[in-house]
Design a protein around this ligand. Structure first.
Ligand SMILES: [Zn+2]
Length: 192
């Protein structure tokens, strides 16, 4: 499965609700798990933390989140279907984000630090998830995808917010005016 990258318009759609979990839903989730781990094999410095269905071209409100956001050896992902943010709060904080759909670019993004999300598990069980810090950030990033929003949208115009990873796995600042502002691969022609 190829991961959809910017400026593909499939990343910019509001995805449809699943409502009823079917064999097709479970098949999408299996493909998302597989593609996440495949991506990780090709990116030795990084952990594939999560994925949203539109990143594989599926117009469905499904996300998967790694069970352990720090440990590459734990390859389990929990799928959340039709996730909804009930509450986002806490003093907003900035941290680095990357995205499988925005190759090579990282950003320092401000987000709320606490969220409450409701969703369905893949067996149909309704759940409420309370999350803080990196898990809260990951949930907000992935749920954004379901509404066609990318992390780069939150920092558009911010000159000191964009980074690239060097060959040692460190993040180096990127010059906004020369490398980001007019980069049609990030926002597409309409908005650049
Ligand atoms: Zn993403």
């Amino acid at each position: 499965m190829d991961i959809v990258t910017t400026p593909d318009p499939r990343l910019r759609q509001k995805c449809r609700k699943v409502n009823k979990i079917t064999a097709e839903t479970l098949d999408i989730i299996a493909k998302m798990r597989e593609a996440s781990l495949e991506w990780e094999k090709a990116h030795p410095f990084e952990l594939s933390a999560a994925m949203a269905a539109p990143q594989l071209g599926f117009d469905r409100r499904i996300i998967i989140i790694r069970d352990d956001l720090e440990d590459k050896k734990n390859t389990n992902f929990t799928a959340l279907i039709d996730p909804e943010i009930i509450k986002a709060e806490g003093k907003p904080a900035k941290d680095y984000e990357g995205c499988l759909s925005v190759p090579a670019i990282y950003g320092l993004v401000e987000r709320p630090t606490k969220v409450k999300v409701k969703a369905l598990l893949e067996d149909g069980t309704p759940v409420r998830v309370k999350a803080e810090d990196s898990l809260a950030r990951t949930l907000l990033h992935e749920i954004d995808h379901l509404d066609g929003v990318l992390f780069i949208d939150h920092i558009k115009g911010q000159k000191d917010a964009f980074f690239k990873m060097n060959d040692k796995g460190e993040l180096d600042p990127v010059d906004y005016d020369t490398e980001i502002k007019d980069n049609h691969n990030l926002w597409g022609d309409d908005e650049a």
